[in-house]
Structures are given as C-alpha cells and as structure tokens.
Design a binder for this molecule. Structure first.
Ligand code: GSH
Length: 196
C-alpha cells in the first residue's frame, strides 16, 4: 500500500521527506495543504495532527508526526543505511536553522516588529549564523558527483537554503559557501520535481 505525505509545497521539512522518498523509490501520494494562505487547508491540517505542523505521514492506519520521526520510521521499515552521529548532529544544526527561520517567518507574517531589539529575536538570528559557520567545512567538502553525498543532511540543507532565500529570510549571496553548495547541487535528483 502506498503512503500519503501531507504537507505544503514550500515547507523545507516536507521537501526533505519528498526528496528522500523519491530517492528511495517509495510510492506515495503527496497531499498538498497550503495552510498558511488557505483557511480550508488550515482547518484540514488541524484535523490531521494535534501539532498542526507539516509534514505528516500516513501509512494505512498509522500516522507519523514530525519529519525526523517520519525519516526514522521509513529508514527502519525499508532498511535504509544508518546515519553516523556526525550526520545526526548536522541534521540537528540544519533543523535548528529551519526552526529559527520558521519562527522569524511566522512573526513577520503576523507583522511583529522585527526591528525590536531583545533576547528572543537576537538569539534566533545568531543561531542561524553560528549554525552556518559550524557547517561550513563540511559543506565545502561535499561533491555532487558522489551519490553518497546526496542524503538526509544535504537534502535538508538544500531545502532549507532554497526556502529561506525565497522567503527572504536569508541572503544567500552573503554566504559564499551556501551559494557554491546550491550551485553544485542544483541538478541533484529530485530537485527539479520538488521545486516551487
Ligand atoms: N519539527 C517539525 C517542524 C515542522 C514545521 O515547523 N513545519 C512548519 C512548516 S515549514 C509548520 O508546519 N509550521 C506551522 C506552525 O508553526 O504553526 C518537523 O520536523 O516536522
């Protein structure tokens, strides 16, 4: 039986799951819910998950919340290779960028004063900068000709940078290491099919 993945077209968490599922040839229906701009979709999402975030995976009677749990669920079920602890750390660091940026995006969407100085906003922004600095040596060493380098951490990094730039949360030109990465991996498998 095929899976259903519930998500928005733009979410980097959702795109990461799609890229991995495509890479592994899993049969799935992508149920698009544009919960940010569409009230009906927002109500439909709230019915699917008490967390009210995308993605959600539906596998028959089983629902799975949270992209990282979805990936570990699929990895166990389909015997995907185990991730190293260094890769797990990188994923945590990339996810921390995504979480901080989603907070900034939703605050801006709701017209919060984004110029306001203070502990909370400055920590979100500083977190993104220190995370990118931490990842930089690893990013520079990634080679798109090596199929092993197109994996969970690199797919989430690609999805994050693409989304953050589109949403004007990150100026990629200010981070040459990220710009080079996006150019190198622009033709990676699944990128075209999942572009918005
Ligand atoms: N830890 C969650 C985060 C998911 C998440 O933050 N998704 C965003 C979209 S990019 C969302 O649904 N946000 C809605 C909200 O924060 O209310 C995961 O990995 O799935």
């Amino acid at each position: 039986m095929s899976y259903t993945l519930i998500g928005s077209l733009r979410s980097p968490f959702v795109r990461t799951c799609r890229l991995l599922m495509l890479q592994h040839g899993l049969d799935f229906h992508f149920r698009v819910l544009n919960f940010v701009d569409d009230e009906k979709d927002a109500a439909a999402l709230a019915k699917e998950t008490p967390i009210n975030k995308v993605p959600v995976l539906v596998d028959g009677e089983q629902k799975v919340f949270d992209s990282r749990v979805i990936v570990s669920y699929l990895a166990k079920k389909h015997a995907w290779p185990e991730l190293s602890i260094d890769d797990e750390n990188r994923i945590s660091v990339i996810y921390s960028c995504m979480d901080a940026s989603v907070i900034l995006f939703l605050m801006r969407h709701d017209k919060y004063d984004m110029q306001r100085s203070g502990f909370f906003l400055s920590r979100q922004r500083a977190r993104i900068v220190s995370n990118i600095e931490y990842l930089s040596p690893w990013i520079e060493a990634l080679d798109p000709r090596n199929p092993k380098h197109w994996n969970y951490p690199t797919m989430s990094l690609f999805s994050y940078i693409f989304w953050a730039e589109k949403r004007e949360l990150l100026v990629v030109g200010e981070y040459p290491v990220l710009e080079r990465f996006m150019n190198r991996f622009a033709q990676a498998p699944g990128v075209r099919e999942t572009t918005f």
